[in-house]
Each structure stands twice: as C-alpha cells, then as structure tokens.
Design a protein around this ligand. Sequence first.
Ligand SMILES: COCc1ccccc1-c1cc(O)c2[nH]cnc(=O)c2c1
Ligand SMILES: [Mg+2]
Length: 215
Amino acid sequence: HDEEFPPRILDHVMKNAIKGDVTNVIDVIDKYCWSVEIAMNVGDVKGAILDKSFLEASPKNVLEIGCYCGYSALRMSRLLKEDAKIFTIEASSQYADVAQEIISFAGMEKKVQILRGLSDEVLPTIAEKCGVRTFDFVFIDHAKELYKRDLIMLENLGLIRQGTTIMADNVIFPGCPDYLEYVRNSPKFECTNYPSKLEYCENREDAMEKSIYLP
Ligand SMILES: COCc1ccccc1-c1cc(O)c2[nH]cnc(=O)c2c1
Ligand SMILES: [Mg+2]
C-alpha cells in the first residue's frame, strides 16, 4: 500500500476537518477517499454495517485488530456508551503515529487506546495491560492471512466470552478463506454474511462477516 497516504490524510484532516467533531472527521476522510485517493479504511458503506452490529452489541470493551489511520476506531468511538473503551492493535508505527494524531484531533483520545505491536505479541498480555477480562466486540481488519490465527488466539486466551460479536472486514476481497471456513464450520460461532463493496469502489464485491461466539 501507498506508504505516503497516512501523512496525506492526516494533513488533509488537520486542514479541512473541525477539531473535536468526530462525525465531521469521518466525513472528511470519506470525501477525500472517494474524490482524491482510495485508502484501506473500512469506509462509509461497510462502515454503516459495522455501526449497526456495534450498536446491537452495545459493547463496554472493544478490541480492534488493525487500526491503520484510525477511521474505524473513530466510527466505533462515536457510538460508545459511557465508560466503554476501544483498544486497537497496530503493528506499523507510522500508521499508529498518524492514527494517534487523527484520533486526538477528533477528541477521542480518552476513548481509544492504540496498542503498538504485532497482534500475536500484544494479545497474550492485553488483559492485564488493559484491565479487561473479556471483549464484548471485536473488529478484525488487518492482514487477511492472520485472521484465523488471531481468532484462535482470542479463544485460547479466554479474551472472548459467550455472546461476543466478532466482525471481520474483507472476507471477499482480498478474502480470508481459511478464516471463513473456520468460523462457518465451527459449532462455537453463529455467522452472518453482509455482502457489500470494497471501500470507495462501486464495482468490486466485498463483504463483512459477523460471528457470535457461543462456546
Ligand atoms: C481500498 O482497497 C485497499 C485494497 C486494495 C487491493 C487489495 C486489498 C486492499 C485492502 C482492503 C482492505 O479493507 C484492507 N483492510 C485491512 N488491511 C488490508 O491490508 C486491506 C487491504
Ligand atoms: Mg479492511
């Protein structure tokens, strides 16, 4: 991916969005990505699907794997109930730096905590580090080849509980066939597929997959 997008979107947000207005920051990012250059944010169309599942779950402890520039963390943060929090794992320090700036600009720095590092290095200590026992809502949106490994890790570490909602982006494009096969064939997950389009594209299919954990 274009390593130069993150600084460009940060600059664009700082110059064109309203400080402290999280909804406006989200809109400014979407308008930029529709009109200037595509970026791998979940986007407005799939973002609305994420919003709906998020509101249904009404979570207290939220985990995101794959923060990028903070767009989906901002989408969820604006729907958070009182005393709820989002923990988002980001392996790229360049992305994490930009995400921190954008999240702070939007005024959500108290609601969103970025955890820097690889997911398999962060997950084993996340419970004690973040004072969380289990997560109520998980959004998986990082390297597609790591979705299945990380979900199994969440199970083995006891970081998800009866009824936890797991949303996965890009289950069609780029696609995560081993993850889909795993959750759909497992008796421990109730799955729903939400067909959509790749972010900021009109003619490429993608989908989100919701999996409710029922061990
Ligand atoms: C805007 O399309 C970006 C794009 C284009 C071609 C192939 C893949 C992707 C893509 C799309 C996503 O939603 C992604 N989400 C998270 N981590 C990714 O690496 C990722 C990659
Ligand atoms: Mg994605």
